[in-house]
Design a protein around this ligand. Structure first.
Ligand SMILES: [Zn+2]
Length: 292
């Protein structure tokens, strides 16, 4: 099990980086969501991306990556935060094209990154298109638009392991020597292959890629699969749908069963539970109030 993110810093240049490898967290999501391999790969890339992005946050908070389109991949939703929890779900309209081109898989789609600070503070959202053809390209686009920090991103996911790397030019002296270091870092990092990114120990990966550079490697940050669903949240959602709809479902199916979109956990409500949901007049849905 890895599920760790390693941050690193170029000692003599304003360049920083991160490498993340996820196996337990990724396989947990895959086993719960059960999609075809092409969708699983995108889920893996999305999980790695959210881990990389959440490690760039300067304050505690949560981060949502939402890809929406009219194409075969209707929705990819990945959530994480500075606490290290990760979860993901996808909705597909049909098989994804073999091209591995995100612009085709999610035709006309957009990628939205939403950051919600834990403390009181304003939510931030940045939205970009998918014309770059990959999630990594869309993220680079996002960084150009939102943070204005030159950033390069690599993502890779196969069967049981997802991984990603990010390098970023920090606002610093920005002199010529630094510009050269940034260009060199990008050139060296771009030689990474998907299997190296997934399989090599992060320390070794970083040493191999940047062997002539003086690199400081920080202690790793752990990540894990974590869903935020609960019976209370499902109860509130059912109350929102209204008493009439719940009673109809109950009459048709004998019970109301809801599965969490992220973790597939079942929540069951029988006739007594449904009765209790709407027993308090304050929770009676809008469609159950009489019309006089
Ligand atoms: Zn859940």
């Amino acid at each position: 099990m890895s599920d760790r993110l390693h941050r690193f810093l170029f000692e003599h240049a304003d360049v920083r980086g991160e490498v993340v490898q996820l196996d337990g967290a990724f396989t947990e999501v895959v086993s719960r969501t059960r999609h075809e391999p092409a969708v699983q790969r995108l889920i893996g890339e999305g999980l790695a991306a959210v881990a990389l992005l959440s490690a760039t946050l300067k304050y505690p908070g949560s981060l949502t990556l939402q890809l929406q389109s009219d194409g075969p991949l209707g929705l990819l939703l990945v959530q994480g935060g500075t606490g290290g929890g990760l979860r993901a779900m996808a909705r597909v309209r049909g098989p994804l094209p073999d091209s591995n081109d995100l612009a085709e898989q999610a035709r006309g789609g957009t990628l939205a990154i939403t950051i919600q600070p834990e403390a009181d503070g304003e939510q931030y959202q940045g939205v970009v298109d998918l014309s770059g053809g990959s999630l990594a390209a869309a993220l680079e686009h996002y960084f150009r638009e939102s943070e204005q920090l030159p950033t390069r991103v690599w993502l890779s996911a196969e069967e049981s392991r997802a991984a990603g790397m990010l390098i970023q030019r920090l606002p610093g002296q920005q002199d010529e020597a630094d510009a050269d270091a940034w260009a060199r870092a990008g050139y060296l990092a771009a030689t990474v292959t998907g299997s190296e990114l997934r399989e090599l120990a992060p320390g070794e990966l970083i040493r191999r890629l940047f062997h002539e550079e003086d690199i400081r490697l920080f202690d790793p940050m752990p990540f894990r699969f974590q869903c935020r669903c609960s019976r209370d949240r499902v109860t509130a959602m059912l109350q929102g749908l209204g008493e009439a709809e719940m009673r109809e479902t109950l009459a048709e199916q004998g019970e109301v069963e809801v599965h969490c979109d992220f973790c597939n956990e079942p929540y069951r409500f029988d006739a007594v539970d449904i009765e209790a949901l709407f027993a308090d007049p304050a929770t009676r849905g809008p469609d159950s109030t009489s019309a006089h």
